[in-house]
Design a protein around this ligand. Sequence first.
Ligand code: GLN
Length: 586
Amino acid sequence: MSKNHKYVFVIGGVMSGVGKGIATSAIGQILQAKGFRINPIKIDPYLNVDAGTMNPTEHGEVFVLDSGLETDQDMGNYERFLEMNLTPEDYMTSGMIYKHVIERERNLGYGGKCVEAIPHITGEIVRRIMRAAEKTRSDISLIEIGGTVGDYQNMMFLEAARILRLRQPESVCFVLVSYLPVPSKLGEMKTKPTQTAVRMLNSYGIQPDIIIARSTHPLDARRKEKIGVSCNVHGDRVISAPDIDSVYDVPLNFEKDHIGETILDVLRMKPKHNGTALASWKKFVAKTKNGTRDVTIAVVGKYFDSGDFVLSDAYLSVIEAIKFSSYWHNARPKLTWINAKEYETGMRKVSELAAFDGIIVPGGFGTSGIEGVISAVQYAREHKIPFLGLCYGMQLLTVEFARHVAKIRNAHTVEVDPQTDAPIIDIMPDQKKFLASGRYGATMRLGAYPAKLKKGTIARDAYGTEKISERHRHRYEVNPAFINKLLAAGLVFSGTSPDDTLMEIAELPREVHPFMLGTQFHPELKARPLAPHPLFDAFISAALKSRPLLVHKQKTIDAKKQKAPIPSKKISSLKLLKKTAFSSIV
Ligand code: GLN
């Protein structure tokens, strides 16, 4: 690897949940705009080997890479901001590192030595960081260390970062993302917690070069100076990062304080060009603010069981995909979260869906709320409301069609009713052994697979191409034994695996319904701000053309009256999660 390779570590101080992932993504984008090749790395300090077995209501969405690795949602932020497809080298957890070191030890890989946290765990971390740089041939590695300084779990990673700086003092830059509270009774921004965080970081042998000061308000010059002096950082290297409406404003906001040049200064580098790359980003950001009409979308799902709060982190990529396509259509997306269970209990009436321009049923697992989802699908189909089903959403579109159009009695998915005599959605043959032996981690059908699209269909016209590749995460599939019956009743399988065995996209003909389409894969994982996903585009376009059947829609979905989404981590700490949620995700 090049001796000139550089590393930027992003570390959290004071508390979590202040936007370290977005800060990292924004820094990456700014460095890209200055002409550098970046490889972002997310480090999750927990002991899970990957994020695949974690409850999305607690931890947020599981973001699947092309390779099939199940990672943290921050990887999705990186992909969206940096317009890159990330690789397994770009992600690590403590569990992954320990597992590797222990397996190597079992195979005498350490030549009889006593294997210890330092240097062996730290050595493995450094090795992986360097390998990622080498494989991606980047100029700068941008490494986000999860958690907050002071956590036991991320100590090894901080130690590895310190070692890298010791080896290459001029090649490493430390950025601390801190938080400055403004206690309501005082009305004044307090710097003390940041000072304490820096002291703590110092105790690991690390001095931050740059401090990103997150707060409700912008930093004034006095506070920049104060933080600078007390934290041993030049005032110019303290970046103001106030709360803003949209995460997509962050790169532009950071650049007001010249964070890019500052990082390059620390790394003793000069910009390769004074990038105009942010120009297209600026155009996108303008679109996010200049919508001329609302597009109202109901998301009917099952991961919303959190007391009075709406939990949107579990569907982050879906939300972003809707936003991108709406913005490029000059529309303001208005999402309403509907817990499908409430259709079952009668707390809500499915007829309320008439008030929306479009309906989405996103992915999910387990049995709860499924009849509620199916009634929503039926409503969308019968009332010709544009509908997009993602993974479980596609499977349930197929079940609904089987029950009510193909008239197949007891049609169901075996995920919900293993005894059904009409298993329209069945377990994939190679999945049986995993479930039977309780092997849940990384065993689903995961990652990118090719598919081919049928001429003349909505899907084919949306993509404008015959061959596609999309990311998957599922154990069940449309049962081949029922395909002929479904086709005969009018369902179109517009996307299939290249060998025709697996149904990838189901849709209704245009003559029957303006847009009723479901995908076995997760298109939302590949939607980007500057390259929105063709299927979301087609869906939003259909939604914008549709006229809601009810006119009271503004009343129902006025964004300001919606319950405020709050970060999932906060929700779990409030103990609002249902106990059964975890068991239903695998
Ligand atoms: N539970 C379904 C399956 O495993 C759908 C998965 C999903 O929506 N990601 O096949």
